[in-house]
Design a binder for this molecule. Sequence first.
Ligand code: A2P
Length: 279
Amino acid sequence: MYDYFTLGNGVKIPSIGLGTWDTPDGETAENVVSFALRNGYSHIDTAAAYYNEAGVGKGIKASGLPREQIFVTSKLWNTKRGYESTKKAFEKTLSDLGLDYLDLYLIHWPANQKHFSDADKINLETWRAMTELYLAGKIRAIGVSNFLPHHLKPLMETQVKPMVDQIEYHPGYLQKEAVRFCKDNGILVEAWSPLGRGRVLSDERLARLAGHYGKSVAQLCVRFALQNEILPLPKSVTEKRILENRDVMDFVISDEDMAEIESMGEFGWSGLHPDEVDF
Ligand code: A2P
């Protein structure tokens, strides 16, 4: 159970990915990625904006795993939106990673109405380039990140629909409307910051629930996402934690405890709203 999720086009995606936001390029990224891949992970999530694609790529090679056994995601940064620049940015990402195809490529953030009068048009032009790259076989699956239903709707009318939406998701920030929209439309939700970037780990209610299973709060958070059919991307540069975060297949959160987490109010939100951010 939970070995992988299956995307709308049939591509299988390993059910827990290593997040690499804030992971420094160079030796750290290389070592962390190689360590994770040699220790049960087969899915790495990076982005052009993390400035670590070169190190991530070296880690992939250093792991010794065959390329086809690794699922690699990257994301198009906001300054590169639009048809031509999306294609160029994709080629740079591939070259920085040292790969000849990507498993998944995402639009990192939607252009929003607050800062772009033609936001929908920009997102559609970006999506047209992503679609062409996908149809040309350079990417196995395409999707978006931080898109809310009103950003997603125009894309749902195009030739190839998004297969993934990666959003902030953790106890205390469940984005129920966006999750429901994605599930109703066959879009897999991925959770960035499934541990609330560490902010929710000190919550006493979560600590009590984790205690029911002899697990850490981090493990409870990862398992909580999985049980809601959401793919968690916990980030860590610490070997012990990297192991801990994937050691979640030997317990099941009870329906009662799931409901308690679902009913907790908001806490631990990053403060980043896709309609407000100015980057
Ligand atoms: P570090 O990378 O120094 O190990 P998120 O995935 O929600 O963005 O959270 C990432 C943050 O949580 C990082 O600061 C990371 O620290 C920390 N972290 C990751 N895994 C664990 C864990 N199992 N226990 C405690 N902190 C963790």
